[in-house]
Design a protein around this ligand. Sequence first.
Ligand code: FES
Length: 321
Amino acid sequence: MEQAQDALHIQPPLWPQILIMEDEMSVAKGLELVLSEEGYTVDLAMNGRSALDSFDRRDFDLLIADLRLPDIDGMEVIKRVKHRRPDTGVIVITGYSTVPSAVEAMKLGATDYLSKPFTDDEFMSAVKGALDEQKVLHAGAAQAAVAKPAVTVLEPLPEDLQQVHDIMAQIRQQFSGTREELIPMLQKVQNHLGFIPEPALEEIAHFTRTPAASVYGVVTFYEQFRLHPVGRHIVKVCRGTACHVKGAERILNEIETRFGMSPGQTSDDRMFTLETVACFGSCAIAPVVVVDDSVKGRMDPSKTSEVMAAVEPADLDPNQS
Ligand code: FES
């Protein structure tokens, strides 16, 4: 196991805890990659509500906050976070920068205000400045962060790594390593493994002489690609307006509590992968949960648990379809 962890370059969470609140998945994933390459522990929140929920669950040292979100105004989230935990560092990132909003952000305690697009260097400089200011890079604070409960992340298994090794050997034989071949290479990895593990992504980046962040951007841009192991069954919870109003978040909380996975994650036994969608077009029977191809309407947390518990391990394996 230790060898597998070495091979995966897994680092213990010795760095400050950072939450990125950003509703554009490609931007969020790109920033996550930049930060994780620097060794930081990063969580993502795709809207204001889930950012506040994340702060309810645990402490973060730094909030990287987009301002335009699908639910709550980003500035309002900053206000609430600062009210609860005044020592939280904040960096605003926005595609709609204005002087008044920059002034308001600074008044609320933001240490930096970045207008999109910004470079990785500008971003990292803002992050390091904010962390220095909060003094969270001090060893004592870092150790305190380590002691807090970490979110479960399912990592590739040793057999996945062997498969990465095998598939990369094939790729090196079949492709010449040009950037134009990036997508076919990624497809080959995903067809073989069902997802694209980080080591494969890094090897493809190296093979095509493309920055890993750019490869990551391609993977997150196309919905066909997965970055995490896929479960034998896909559970989709609708987070559209009708379903949200009727309790979609309670269903997600139940799944997280009962099966230990947040949206985008796979259960430890690789039985389920949890996803969220914006709307299934079945708002009349909200809240809606779809297990594989079976649509379940008027769901609640306990019905969802029952449906998931009733799924047989031997049911359809999506990797084989
Ligand atoms: S909002 Fe959930 S089905 Fe439309």
